[in-house]
Write a new protein. Structure first.
Length: 251
């Protein structure tokens, strides 16, 4: 996105490189996401998609380049203590729900805001119940994760991310482990968030969903962004042969 849409992007990666040993996973990735934007990252497995998300919220350090999220220069944050304020603003939802199995749904939602951010427990509880309604799980606050379906657990994980009141949510293949009938209930929640103006960056293989919700789609292959643009262009009018071949396989 070349124009700054009246202001600087909320997220900006510039020439980001990342290797694991001798394997280069990101080879000069640049992308930007505006405040309130919805960006989908698509591409074959092993093309660096999840690594991009993990670099944005500082779960992985980068070898070269810069990452800006709001006022944070992510590549300069080295310690967990320095990363806490960033993670407060940039929540991440993973393919595995990572809920605490021995805690109720409500406890899963309230622990971090109370213990990490030091917020008022009564206020956090009220917000958590409102978030459960938002993800269509009213009445499930006393259930344990093991009593819920995969789709319900993933919606709890989204509510838990929202409980931190972030500016951005990163979604890493959040429907990949779900049975097909549960996928739509999770995508509906993400669709609502996108409509409400939450800045979302999604790594997804749900192409129809990407076409519908994204402002911009980035196609990665072998550690580089090969092509990016609005969904209509990427899906209906791809120019790069690698993107064409990928879409022929998945659409």
């Amino acid at each position: 996105m070349t124009d700054h849409q009246q202001s600087a992007p909320l997220i900006e990666m510039r020439d980001v490189h990342k290797s694991f040993g001798s394997t280069a996973v990101l080879k000069g990735v640049s992308l930007s996401v505006r405040d309130g934007g919805v960006v989908c990252i698509i591409g074959p497995s092993g093309s660096g998609k999840s690594t991009i998300l993990r670099c944005i919220n500082g779960l992985m350090t980068i070898d070269k380049g810069t990452i800006r999220v709001g006022s944070f220069a992510v590549e300069t944050l080295k310690s967990d203590k320095q990363l806490v304020p960033l993670r407060h603003q940039v929540a991440m939802v993973f393919q595995q729900y990572n809920l605490f199995p021995h805690r109720t749904v409500l406890q899963n939602l309230t622990m971090a805001p109370v213990q990490v951010l030091g917020e008022n427990p009564a206020a956090v509880r009220e917000r958590a119940l409102a978030l459960l309604a938002k993800v269509r799980l009213t009445g499930k606050q006393h259930a344990y994760p093991g009593e819920l379906s995969g789709g319900q657990q993933q919606r709890v994980a989204i509510a838990r991310a929202l409980a931190m009141q972030p500016k951005v949510i990163l979604f890493d293949e959040v429907t990949a482990a779900l049975d097909p009938e549960m996928v739509s209930e999770v995508l509906n929640v993400i669709r609502d968030l996108a409509r409400e103006g939450m800045t979302c960056v999604l790594v997804t293989h749900e192409m129809r969903f990407a076409q519908e919700v994204a402002d911009e789609v980035f196609f990665t292959d072998r550690g580089v962004i090969v092509e990016h643009g609005p969904p209509a262009t990427i899906f209906q009018n791809p120019t790069d042969p690698r993107l064409k071949a990928f879409l022929d396989k998945v659409l």
